[in-house]
Ligand binder design. Structure first.
Ligand code: UDP
Length: 240
């Protein structure tokens, strides 16, 4: 199946496009090579990032489904394309942290790298205009962004995904520092939506602490395309 024609484009985000699929309750998610950071202020094209992230996310979504967690993902249909259920995105991003880094380190004036005694779940209101401000679960309910029961499911699913990802990356000699998930509503249920990729995760090589994620781009630490190719080799045991 090839990428849908331009007239089917429903939405264009920073790293992905969303197209209407043949079925009205489905969409095709197309992964671009574009990388952005700092809410779109820094931009670049990273060779093959779309192909790498599309396959990595598809691989993890299948693993999530195998845990019994519902997802919007149906199947990969082309190197950069996934067929997914059309969902209503819940405007609350969930970040799970195992190690202090990024905005948590900044907010609390702490150095990066401190391991947390157990995973920390944080929530952010999904708003480019406001730069995704942090919000707590009570605030998300009172503002009408999510129902309490949805946040309960999102927390439980996120922690289960964390357990799976920690073990998976750990076996490859990579420490999962943190990652961001998005959820959607589908038929009265909460489902995992969006992506699980190194764009939305922090992955540090065990032992060296070398960064294997989008921080390489955010912080000008090297060649992101090469870094993602290395991750791809570790995950799939073959080169791209
Ligand atoms: N993250 C993301 N999208 C966002 C904000 C964060 O994918 O809009 C991911 C980020 O890659 C990291 C985790 O969520 O793996 C935690 O990010 P943090 O809150 O530390 O913010 P950042 O330092 O990335 O601005």
């Amino acid at each position: 199946m090839s990428t849908p024609p331009a007239e089917r484009l429903l939405y264009e985000g920073k790293a992905k496009q969303v197209y209407a699929a043949d079925a009205p309750d489905q969409v095709v998610i197309h992964y671009k090579d574009d990388a952005t950071a700092f809410n779109g202020v820094k931009k670049a094209s990273i060779a093959d990032k779309g192909v790498i992230n599309c396959r990595i996310s598809a691989f993890f979504m299948d693993k999530v489904a195998a845990l019994g967690i519902p997802t919007a993902f149906i199947r990969q249909t082309a190197p950069r394309d996934q067929l997914c259920h059309r969902v209503e995105i819940i405007p609350v991003e969930v970040v799970v942290r195992n190690v202090v880094a990024g905005s948590l380190a900044k907010r609390l004036g702490q150095p990066e790298g401190q391991r947390l005694a157990r995973p920390l779940v944080e929530h952010f209101y999904k708003s480019d205009a406001l730069n995704d401000p942090q919000i707590n679960e009570e605030g998300a309910v009172l503002m009408g962004y999510a129902h309490g029961w949805e946040l309960v499911a999102m927390r439980e699913y996120s922690l289960s995904v964390n357990d799976m990802l920690l073990a998976f990356w750990g076996d490859l000699g990579v420490d999962l520092v943190d990652f961001k998930l998005e959820f959607g509503r589908l038929g009265g249920r909460v489902v995992l939506a969006d992506e699980i990729t190194p764009d939305g995760s922090r992955l540090w090589e065990r032992g060296t602490g070398r960064k294997l994620d989008k921080d390489v781009f955010r912080r000008d630490l090297g060649d992101l395309s090469e870094t993602y190719r290395e991750l791809y080799r570790r995950v799939f045991g073959e080169s791209i």
